[in-house]
Ligand binder design. Structure first.
Ligand code: HSE
Length: 463
C-alpha cells in the first residue's frame, strides 16, 4: 500500500484556542486528513509555560474535557516530547510544513510569523493585531517566500467571513459592511439593555466566560473591532486599510439610561464596525468614490436582524451588488469556534502544499490603489440626541434654533421626567445630518446656561 504523506504542524501558543485546535485535529483526524490529502500531524506544540513540567501533566485533563465524547482520548493524546517551551524546536525542524501562530499580541508573534515564512513554512494565524497593522508586509513576505498565510480565525472566530469575502462574494462589489465584531462589548451592551447588570458587572461576567482579550481595554475601547474591520476592509478593497484609517469610539461612556430611552423609540444599541462607501462631492478635486471606516456605539431599528445579535455573538451584514444583502452570524469567540477556523485553514494550507500549487489566491495581492478615505464624521446619518436641560419656557426653542442654524432638522422630540426640575432629559431624533454638524451644534448648545450636562448623541443606522 502507498505510504500516506504527512503534513507536519508546529503550533505556538497553547491557550484556549490551541487546546480547541488540538481537540479537533485529534478527534477528527481521519476525516480531516482525507480532506487535506495528507495525514495531519502536530509535531510540536510550543508554549513558554511548558518550562514548568507540571504544566504539561496538567494538559491531559484539559484536553480530556474537550475530547470527552471520544472514548479513545488517551490513545489520541500527543506524546510528552511533542510539548516544548523552546520555539527553536519548531523553527529548526525541517519537517514542519505549517506554523500555527496562536500567541496573540504584536511581538514576538509578528517576528515569528515572518521567520516561519522565511523558513519555508505556511502560516496559519488568528492574530488580528499583526494583520491589521502589517497586512502589506506579511503578504509581501509570504509572496517573496512563495508561501501562504491564512487567517480565518482573526475575525469572527468560527464565522467563515474571510472565505466568504474572498471566495463567495468575489463576483460582487461590496458597497457596505456593518459588523458586530466584538463579543465582549456585545455581551456587555446586551446585559445592560436587559437591565441585568451594570457595565462593570457585565465586563466581569464577559471575562469569566473567556472571550475578553487579555487586556479588555482593547475590547471596550473598540480597538479590537477596529483591527477586525481593518482586515475585512483590506480584503474588500484589496488595499491595506490601516487601523489609523478608522474612526474609533468605544462603549465606556454608554449609559443604561440611553439604551433604555432608545428602546422606547424602537432602537437597539450595538457597537458597530462600519464600512460605508461615500460618493464624491460634486466639483471636488478628487472625484473617486470614497469610503469611511468607523467603530461606534450606535442605534439600529430593533426589527433589523443585527439588533437580534445578542450576548457574545458576532454578525457581519454585507451589502453586495449581485448577491444582495446578507448577514453571517455565529459565535465570534471561544475555544472551539476559533479552533474551527484555524483547523479549516490548516486543511486549506495542507491541500495547497500537497497540490504544490504556487497559485496565489486573489486576496494575496493587495494590488489596488487605496480608496479615498473619507472622515467618518462627514457621513450623513439620522441621530439620537439627549440633552439635559432646565424645564422652562424657551429652552426647546433655543435648542431647535441652534440645530436649525446648522441645517439639522428634528424628526421627533420627547421630554422625559427629570432628575430634578432643573435638569430634564430631552430626546430628539433628527433627520439626516453630518456628524461634524452635530458636533458643532452641540458644542454651541452645551455652552448655554440652560443646558446642565454634556449632550449625548448616537447615530441611528439605516442599513
Ligand atoms: N475579545 C474578542 C471578543 C475575542 O470579545 O470578541 C475574539 O476576537
Amino acid at each position: 500500500m502507498k505510504k500516506q504523506k504527512i503534513i507536519n504542524i508546529g503550533l505556538a501558543g497553547y491557550g484556549t484556542v490551541g487546546r480547541g485546535v488540538m481537540s479537533l485535529l485529534l478527534s477528527r483526524n481521519d476525516d480531516l486528513s482525507v480532506r487535506a490529502g495528507a495525514k495531519l500531524r502536530v509535531k510540536r506544540i510550543c508554549d513558554t509555560t511548558f518550562k514548568n513540567k507540571s504544566s504539561i501533566k496538567a494538559l491531559s485533563p484539559a484536553i480530556k474535557g474537550l475530547l470527552k465524547k471520544n472514548k479513545n482520548y488517551r490513545a489520541l493524546l500527543p506524546e510528552a516530547k511533542v510539548y516544548t517551551p523552546n520555539i527553536e524546536d519548531i523553527f529548526s525542524d525541517p519537517e514542519i510544513d505549517i506554523f500555527v501562530e496562536l500567541i496573540g499580541g504584536y511581538q514576538p508573534a509578528k517576528r515569528l510569523i515572518l521567520l516561519a515564512l522565511e523558513r519555508g513554512m505556511d502560516v496559519v494565524t488568528a492574530n488580528k493585531n499583526v494583520l491589521a497593522k502589517d497586512f502589506n508586509e506579511l503578504l509581501a513576505a509570504a509572496a517573496k517566500n512563495k508561501r501562504r498565510i491564512y487567517f480565518e480565525a482573526s475575525v469572527g472566530a468560527g464565522i467563515p467571513i474571510i472565505a466568504a469575502i474572498n471566495e463567495g462574494f468575489c463576483a460582487n462589489k461590496i458597497y457596505g459592511l456593518a459588523g458586530i465584531l466584538n463579543g465582549t462589548t456585545n455581551y456587555i451592551l446586551s446585559n445592560m439593555s436587559e437591565g441585568k447588570a451594570d457595565f462593570d458587572e457585565s465586563l466581569k461576567k464577559a471575562q469569566g466566560l473567556g472571550f475578553a482579550e487579555a487586556d479588555p481595554t482593547l475590547d471596550i475601547t473598540g480597538q479590537d473591532s477596529a483591527s477586525k474591520l481593518a482586515i475585512l476592509s483590506s480584503l474588500i478593497f484589496k488595499s491595506h486599510i490601516k487601523p489609523e484609517d478608522i474612526y474609533v469610539e468605544g462603549i465606556e461612556k454608554v449609559l443604561p439610561f440611553d439604551i433604555a430611552l432608545g428602546k422606547e423609540f424602537g432602537y437597539t444599541m450595538k457597537l458597530f464596525t462600519l464600512m460605508e462607501k461615500v460618493k464624491p462631492i460634486p466639483g471636488s478635486a478628487d472625484m473617486s468614490e470614497g469610503a469611511a471606516f468607523q467603530v461606534v456605539p450606535a442605534f439600529i431599528k430593533s426589527s433589523h436582524p443585527l439588533a437580534s445579535v445578542s450576548g457574545a455573538f458576532n454578525a457581519i451584514y454585507i451589502k453586495s451588488d449581485a448577491a444582495g444583502e446578507q448577514m453571517l452570524y455565529g459565535p465570534g469567540a471561544g475555544s472551539l469556534p476559533a479552533a474551527s477556523a484555524v483547523v479549516s485553514d490548516i486543511v486549506y494550507s495542507a491541500r495547497h502544499i500537497m497540490e504544490k500549487s504556487v497559485r496565489h489566491m486573489p486576496f494575496f495581492e493587495l494590488r489596488n490603489k487605496a480608496p479615498r478615505i473619507v472622515d467618518a464624521r462627514n457621513v450623513e446619518s439620522c441621530f439620537y440626541i439627549r440633552f439635559t436641560a432646565e424645564d422652562r419656557p424657551g429652552v426647546l426653542a433655543r435648542i431647535a434654533d441652534i440645530l436649525s442654524n446648522y441645517g439639522i432638522s428634528v424628526a421627533s422630540v420627547v421630554q422625559k421626567d427629570g432628575f430634578s426640575p432643573k435638569a430634564v432629559p430631552i430626546v430628539m431624533l433628527t433627520h439626516e445630518a453630518s456628524t461634524g454638524n452635530i458636533i458643532n451644534a452641540l458644542s454651541e448648545i452645551d455652552s448655554l446656561n440652560m443646558v446642565k450636562k454634556k449632550t449625548v448623541f448616537y447615530r441611528l443606522l439605516d442599513i
